[in-house]
Ligand binder design. Structure first.
Ligand code: GUN
Length: 290
């Protein structure tokens, strides 16, 4: 069997086009475009590249982005002041602090300082708590992107066995919550595997939908996939350089063998990655509407 490739880039383009429209409506109604402040601390090349992508997407969608670029040795108190200023600024609808932060900064404390209503990433404890309670909130972007891929690809989750590999606060745990929610777009039975799981392969082989978010290159091999399963790969790893000098990337799934067993699979790059940015823009417009 050759799996259907779930084209995250195309789905993200669809989502972005829809939310660009909503952004234009907000702009028209209140005379000001939705706005996102993107805070980058330091010079980490991967973070710089992600931030460039976010700023570019905003510009393409009629969303204003404000660049707040600070040196790596910015004191924690100055970062707190920066967040406080953005919280208080009526021209800013949403705030994103790019992670990871330098070691001297308490990232949890800084993220908690962002006003929940301006929390573009959906990482604030209030938003995560509201998500758990099934209340209206800003959702974390990568898990929300996975839900969009499944929904827009007509992959049924209702009554299915979902196995998620990886219990991170940004992906695995929120996604387990979203997929087990009592709603038509979820209603799955979810198993959350992690580094202490005994016999990971056995759990994975039970999955109708297998979600790899472990942060380990090609940890999911074809023998761990039930024939006909849907495989969603959240991982992204740099494994060298292409002849053109671009980074060569792979995911948490051994794509070449997995696509022979799965019925549908997301590629890396071009799968979940573009959805994260699309959901970030959705959150920005939602924050602007509030
Ligand atoms: N670093 C890597 N991914 C993310 C993300 O989704 N949000 C933030 N703020 N930082 C990141």
């Amino acid at each position: 069997m050759q799996a259907r490739i779930l084209d995250g880039k195309a789905i993200a383009a669809e989502v972005r086009a829809e939310w660009a429209q909503h952004a234009a409506e907000v702009h028209k109604q209140r005379g000001r475009a939705p706005s996102l402040a993107v805070v980058l601390v330091g010079e980490d090349p991967a973070s710089k590249s992600y931030v460039r992508g976010k700023r570019k997407a905003a510009a393409e969608m009629g969303i204003l982005s404000r660049d707040v670029d600070l040196p790596a040795d910015t004191p924690e108190a100055a970062l707190r002041d920066e967040v406080d200023k953005l919280n208080a600024d009526p021209a800013i609808d949403a705030i994103l602090v790019q992670l990871p932060l330098p070691a001297h900064v308490n990232a949890d404390a800084l993220l908690e300082r962002i006003q929940p209503a301006k929390d573009a990433d959906g990482f604030h404890p209030v938003n995560l708590g509201r998500m758990l309670l099934g209340q209206d909130c800003l959702l974390p972007c990568t898990p929300a992107g996975v839900m969009e891929i499944l929904g827009r690809s007509q992959i049924k989750t209702q009554g299915t066995e979902v196995v998620i590999v990886g219990r991170s606060r940004t992906v695995g745990r929120p996604l387990a919550n979203m997929l087990s929610a009592k709603s038509e777009s979820a209603n799955a039975t979810v198993t959350l595997c992690h580094s202490a799981t005994i016999d990971l392969a056995k759990h994975c082989r039970q999955a109708d939908i297998l979600i790899a978010a472990a942060g380990q290159a090609r940890i999911i091999t074809a023998d761990m996939i039930k024939p006909g399963a849907t495989v969603i790969d959240v991982g992204i790893h740099r494994i060298g350089t292409t002849p053109k000098g671009r980074p060569k990337l792979c995911g948490d799934v051994d794509f070449d063998t997995a696509k022979e067993v799965a019925s549908a699979i997301t590629p890396v790059p071009g799968g979940v990655g573009p959805m994260t940015i699309a959901m970030l823009m959705r959150n920005t417009v939602l924050a602007a509407r509030k």
